[in-house]
Design a protein around this ligand. Structure first.
Ligand SMILES: Cc1cc2nc3c(=O)[nH]c(=O)nc-3n(C[C@H](O)[C@H](O)[C@H](O)COP(=O)(O)OP(=O)(O)OC[C@H]3O[C@@H](n4cnc5c(N)ncnc54)[C@H](O)[C@@H]3O)c2cc1C
Length: 372
């Protein structure tokens, strides 16, 4: 990395660059060592300027939103961390639909709240998810039967290597279950600067999830609820699982679900079913595989809600949420994750995949997760 001072570039000082900023203060796990350089990036156009500077100074860049889907190493990040925050939401009629263009730094739930109050449908089940809009396409966020790939029309990006601005249409993003090209083959290639959604004016709230339907008291023949009612229901169900961040909640230091639900063959699902007296939740997928519940596998492998391993643990209200119980390090969380994954694999032959993005580690995720 070139010495920033030696380059004599004034721009970072002008923008308020700080050195050795502890990243634990910017992640929901409250874990992560220092960033060599750190900057809040609010204004439109600022991110392009920054990327250009980092490119010239040969400094690696990590873009962060709310830090709610990352596990950052205790060593931190030896480069520039750009935290995107703020921006605007613009609505424009588009036939039967409304085109909603949002800056990457806008709080995700502020967007959902705004569109739901405008009577627009399509994002209501995604109420209460922490983080910023720019991260929504990265893992195609989803909850309660809805995912953002259904309503994203395009993603505005800056290509890091060239500084070129582009609009990537939704069908090029490679959206899948908790995945996209941004998280896969395009990792670190683009900075998302804005997202465009097409939302429906006429849509009634969509509710397919049984516990949400129960909570809302919906019957098969009854009227469909509006987006606002669905939002209220989703927030209530999420709060009961500590899936809305609340400063007074001892389960709050998490990244939500730590593992994704695994897809297995029909034969594997049948074999697992024979191993337990408890009913196995299993959902057929379009490609012929079967989606299993990671939470069910973890519980059957002997980990109950509230399980503790030193300063790390499982949420007392959600089996899939690994938590920092207070003062945990990234290594503490890794040790717990590795233990859970090993036990599930030994018992069922299924290898769980972590959902958060790992940052600043010197080994690949697979090696980190296979530690003893
Ligand atoms: C309590 C809790 C509940 C959760 N519930 C859900 C849920 O129901 N469904 C779900 O899908 N997720 C859930 N999550 C995970 C998380 O909130 C989402 O993935 C969210 O979209 C992450 O946003 P963020 O801004 O915090 O991203 P960050 O954690 O800051 O970043 C995540 C990744 O995206 C990259 N990134 C962020 N912004 C940009 C950008 N502008 N351009 C390029 N790359 C970028 C980062 O480099 C990193 O790789 C939950 C998390 C918590 C803590």
């Amino acid at each position: 990395m070139a010495q920033v001072e030696a380059l004599g570039l004034e721009m970072p000082a002008r923008l308020g660059l700080v050195e050795n900023e502890p990243l634990a203060a910017h992640t929901t796990f409250e874990v992560g060592g220092p960033a060599r350089y750190f900057l809040h990036c609010g204004a439109a156009g600022q991110s392009e300027e920054l990327l250009q500077w980092a490119r010239r100074a040969e400094i690696p860049v990590l873009v962060l939103g709310g830090g709610s889907n990352v596990l950052i190493s205790d060593r931190g990040f030896d480069g520039l961390v750009v935290l995107m925050s703020g921006g605007s939401i613009e609505l424009a009629s588009c036939g039967e639909q409304v085109r909603v263009r949002v800056d990457a730094g806008v709080e995700w739930d502020a967007l959902v709240e705004r569109v739901v109050h405008e009577g627009l449908g399509g994002l209501e089940c995604l109420s209460g998810i922490p983080g910023r809009v720019g991260a929504a396409p990265i893992q195609n966020i989803g909850a309660y039967g809805q995912e953002v790939a259904e309503t994203i029309d395009g993603v505005q990006v800056v290509e890091r290597a060239t500084g070129q601005k582009r609009r990537i249409s939704a069908n090029q993003c490679g959206f899948g279950y908790r995945s996209s090209h941004f998280k896969g083959k395009w990792r670190d290639r683009f900075v998302v600067t804005g997202v465009e959604f097409l939302l429906s004016r006429a849509a009634m709230g969509r509710v397919t999830y049984p516990d949400l339907r129960r909570h809302l008291g919906l019957t098969p023949d009854g009227p469909a609820p509006g987006p606002l009612a669905v939002r209220d229901g989703v927030l209530a169900v999420r709060r009961a699982k500590s899936m809305v961040i609340d400063a007074g909640d001892p389960n709050r230091r998490s990244a939500g679900s730590f593992f994704t639900n695994p897809f297995v063959t029909i034969e594997t699902a049948a074999a697992i079913r024979r191993q337990s007296d408890r009913q196995l939740p299993a959902y057929p997928a379009a490609d012929g595989s079967v989606k299993l519940s990671a939470a069910w596998l973890i519980e059957e492998a002997g980990f109950t809600r509230g399980y503790e391993l030193g300063r790390a643990g499982l949420s007392s209200r959600h089996t899939l949420a690994l938590i920092n119980r207070g003062g945990a390090t990234a290594q503490d969380l890794l040790s717990l994750a590795a233990k859970i994954r090993r036990q599930v694999r030994e018992m069922f032959g299924v290898t769980l995949t972590p959902e958060p993005v790992f940052v600043g580690f010197d080994q690949p995720v697979e090696a980190l997760m296979d530690q003893d």
